[in-house]
Design a protein around this ligand. Structure first.
Ligand SMILES: *[C@@H]1O[C@H](CO)[C@@H](O)[C@H](O)[C@H]1NC(C)=O
Ligand SMILES: *[C@@H]1O[C@H](CO)[C@@H](O)[C@H](O)[C@H]1NC(C)=O
Ligand SMILES: *[C@@H]1O[C@H](CO)[C@@H](O)[C@H](O)[C@H]1NC(C)=O
Ligand SMILES: *[C@@H]1O[C@H](CO)[C@@H](O)[C@H](O)[C@H]1NC(C)=O
Ligand SMILES: *[C@@H]1O[C@H](CO)[C@@H](O)[C@H](O)[C@H]1NC(C)=O
Ligand SMILES: *[C@@H]1O[C@H](CO)[C@@H](O)[C@H](O)[C@H]1NC(C)=O
Ligand SMILES: *[C@@H]1O[C@H](CO)[C@@H](O)[C@H](O)[C@H]1NC(C)=O
Ligand SMILES: *[C@@H]1O[C@H](CO)[C@@H](O)[C@H](O)[C@H]1NC(C)=O
Ligand SMILES: *[C@@H]1O[C@H](CO)[C@@H](O)[C@H](O)[C@H]1NC(C)=O
Ligand SMILES: *[C@@H]1O[C@H](CO)[C@@H](O)[C@H](O)[C@H]1NC(C)=O
Length: 663
């Protein structure tokens, strides 16, 4: 018990002596800190020593620190010693411009906390020309110098030095640290905006000062950056103030921050709690720098690109679906289709929707977006032609035609250099398909006769039963379409007019398709109801014989062949052999003879469609052909009025309207 007493007493004494000998700040509050110059404590607890050019800022712990034993001084002896002390602080030098900063900051032990007499800039706010190098100054400092002053023998613009009564450092080294692994030196840039930690230690026994620097969070390196043997007895008075000082230059400046600070006399300064330290301002000059030079331009460029692509897409879309709509078309509103709808309906005019390629361009199947009606869209890509207005008027007229044997025209759409016609969709395609090129499905006689009667009824409707006479101009098997019930429907009437674009100026305006073309039609270019009857005659022979009206390779006309068989009294031989014997002889003979009658060279001999329907229906007796002295068709294949054609299914065009008004 007694043995422990001295120990307890020493403890008690020590506690009393060191009452105000230890402190630590994890972030600052203004009530324990004396500020000088422009130094401030920010709301979040940062000690900000400087903020602009050519200023000085200081901050001291409010109370003085006792560095020496007062009792020993009273003794009148010089046995008094400066106590050991240690301090550590976390700081950041955030330059306005990248890595250029002046002048620096320092940890200071001074006799007074009022350093207003000190000079700014290179004097770091701790000396002036009189006090620098003056033994009566009693200043101990560790400088973090970011400017090279040759007058103070600075080694570079990024160094750490121990200053004793003088800015001519007793010892200095470039900023950096020795790593613990192999004591290799690692450079650090003080004015890099990086958060670092500095340790300053003094041992009264060894009379040694150690200074250690490290980036934050790696801990204190074992080997100090600076180590100086020096007895501070003469420098440090018994009562001293501890703190920081910082100055900036006239041009480049930096914000000098202290984030946390711990100090202790006679012991190791308490470790700072790094997680509790205040944060540096979020948009420090460096971050702002990156944001302004890289991120912001990048964002702007991206926004710009998005905007441009948006505009381009909008224009592309607008152009893609652009239509031509003139004032005079307004009244045809109900017959006008939106290009966009047709585009959607045909899946962008996809090839898999392609039904065929004919004399009038490509035909696509489609399903209208809202009504879900199946349609066929003819897309004719010819340049704008004369008489478009009249043509559209006629198209719209045609749209009013209603008959179960004609294909309903639903409407149209115009674009630059393009005309689109919309029809009812005929699922079973054209009659051509069932007659020629060894068809998968062959029509039997009953079906053929039904088709013939249907076409006759449709043509009669066009010629007679409407308030205007409509001349088809291109009656042929490939223009006869079959609906779901295999009813024949006449399509494409009048469309040959589409081709009056005037490029064939050398030839007379020719109509129809070779083999279906009446001789006088080819000669004069004028289409009449009886030229339609002639074509219908060729069509009759085609359907019954299962052959095209003209064999281009052999240069023979079907009508001539049937005619010569008839002359020999063997007209029945002309019937399609594929039918076998599955037909009614009388009906076949009737149709073939009617075909020949319609194919008469003399238009006056040809029956009207009204009569044709009568003959086919058996309501009227077909006149004897011999009485009409039918011989040859008189049509020469080589006649130059007919433009040179390679296939018999192509169509020609005419100039005059296919609608001849009145009757
Ligand atoms: C600062 O001062 C306050 C009261 O003014 C006190 O409670 C606190 O302990 C002091 N902090 C330090 C580190 O001295
Ligand atoms: C710098 O700090 C001082 C004192 O806090 C203030 O008066 C001054 O406006 C500040 N200057 C700048 C540029 O922030
Ligand atoms: C201080 O002086 C007292 C008497 O005045 C003496 O007893 C003591 O030993 C002295 N201490 C030292 C360290 O000299
Ligand atoms: C004690 O130191 C002072 C200077 O600090 C000196 O003048 C004095 O002579 C010294 N006294 C002794 C006893 O060494
Ligand atoms: C040293 O400082 C003292 C007081 O501050 C002053 O009187 C003296 O002239 C200075 N010495 C020099 C050489 O400047
Ligand atoms: C600092 O060093 C410079 C250059 O060697 C010298 O001229 C000056 O006198 C020194 N100042 C002090 C206070 O030692
Ligand atoms: C450290 O800095 C010095 C002087 O600027 C340079 O010579 C050396 O290469 C640097 N070392 C490393 C590891 O960057
Ligand atoms: C200073 O550093 C040296 C070398 O690491 C060490 O031996 C010494 O004890 C240190 N002194 C202080 C006061 O930390
Ligand atoms: C005609 O079309 C209908 C409906 O698509 C179909 O069921 C029928 O098989 C077709 N007939 C022929 C001969 O293709
Ligand atoms: C074409 O034939 C007709 C008679 O069929 C004839 O009048 C006309 O001159 C012929 N055309 C040419 C260019 O030979």
């Amino acid at each position: 018990m007694l043995a422990e007493l001295p120990f307890l007493l020493i403890q008690l004494m020590y506690t009393l002596v060191s009452a105000d000998q230890e402190f630590h700040f994890n972030g600052f509050q203004s009530n324990n800190i004396s500020l000088g110059g422009v130094a401030i404590i920010t709301p979040n607890g940062l000690l900000k020593l400087t903020n602009s050019t050519f200023v000085a800022g200081q901050a001291f712990y409010s109370n003085s620190i006792t560095f020496k034993n007062k009792d020993s001084l009273k003794n009148g002896t010089n046995s008094s010693l400066v106590y050991s002390f240690s301090t550590t602080f976390v700081f950041a030098i955030v330059p306005k411009y990248s890595q250029v900063s002046a002048h620096g900051m320092s940890f200071v032990i001074a006799p007074t906390k009022d350093l207003s007499a000190a000079a700014p800039s290179e004097y770091l706010g701790i000396f002036n020309p009189t006090s620098n190098g003056n033994a009566s100054s009693h200043v101990f400092a560790v400088e973090l110098d970011t400017f090279r002053n040759l007058q103070f023998q600075d080694i570079n613009d990024n160094h750490v030095g121990i200053d004793i009564n003088s800015l001519n450092s007793s010892v200095s080294r470039p900023a950096g640290y020795f790593d613990d692994v192999n004591e290799e030196f690692q450079n650090l840039t003080l004015p890099g905006g990086q958060i670092m930690q500095l340790w300053v230690e003094y041992s009264d026994l060894e009379k040694q000062i150690n200074v250690t620097l490290a980036p934050i969070k790696i801990g204190k390196p074992k080997k100090p950056l600076l180590s100086l043997r020096y007895d501070l007895d003469k420098i440090i008075n018994e009562e001293m103030y501890v703190g920081f000082s910082s100055t900036t230059g006239t041009l480049a400046f930096a914000a000098h921050y202290v984030l946390g600070w711990s100090f202790m006399v006679n012991g190791m300064a308490r470790e700072l709690e790094l997680s509790k330290l205040p944060k540096l301002p979020r948009i420090g000059p460096k971050k702002k720098h990156i944001f302004l030079t890289i991120e912001l331009p990048l964002i702007l460029v991206i926004i710009l690109l998005l905007t441009i692509s948006g505009i381009v897409y909008y224009r592309w879309r607008k152009k893609k679906f652009a239509e031509v709509l003139e004032d005079w078309e307004i009244e045809y509103g109900p017959h006008r289709f939106k290009y966009k709808d047709l585009y959607v309906a045909t899946e962008g005019f996809d090839d898999k929707e392609l039904l065929g390629i004919g004399g009038f361009g490509r035909v696509y199947r489609g399903v209208l977006p809202v009504s879900k009606i199946e349609v066929a869209v003819k897309r004719d890509s010819h340049e704008s032609r004369q008489g478009m207005r009249e043509f559209i008027a006629e198209i719209v007229s045609i749209g009013r035609l209603r008959h179960r044997n004609i294909v309903q025209l639903l409407g149209y759409c115009r674009r630059k250099g393009e005309l689109l016609l919309v029809y009812d969709y005929m699922p079973n395609g054209s009659l051509d398909r069932f007659l020629h090129n060894s068809p998968d499905i062959m029509l039997n006689w009953k079906q053929r006769l039904r088709v013939i009667k249907g076409v006759a009824a449709g043509l009669k409707y066009l010629h007679q039963d409407w308030d205007q006479v409509v001349i088809h101009r291109d009656v042929k098997a490939s223009n006869v379409l079959l609906d779901i019930d295999m009813n024949a429907r006449l399509g494409d009437f009048g469309l040959s007019r589409l081709y009056d674009h005037g490029t064939d100026t050398q030839t007379t305006h020719v109509v129809g398709t070779i083999g279906y073309l009446a001789p006088e039609h080819a000669r004069t270019g004028k289409a009449t109801t009886s030229t339609d009857v002639y074509s219908f005659g060729a069509f009759l022979l085609e359907v019954v014989c299962g052959r095209r009206p003209i064999d281009v390779r052999k240069e023979v006309l079907l009508v001539d062949q049937v005619c010569s068989l008839w002359n020999k009294g063997e007209i029945i031989q002309a019937v399609d052999h594929k039918l076998g014997v599955d037909y009614v002889v009388e009906e076949v003979e009737l149709v073939l003879k009617l075909g020949l009658l319609c194919s008469c060279v003399d238009p006056n001999v040809r029956p009207s469609m009204q009569q044709v329907v009568q003959y086919l229906g058996g309501y009227e007796q077909l006149p004897e052909l011999s009485d009409l002295s039918i011989s040859q068709t008189g049509f020469t294949f080589e006649n130059d009025t007919v433009d040179v054609l390679t296939t018999s299914t192509q169509s020609y065009s005419v100039v005059e309207s296919f609608l001849s008004s009145g009757r």
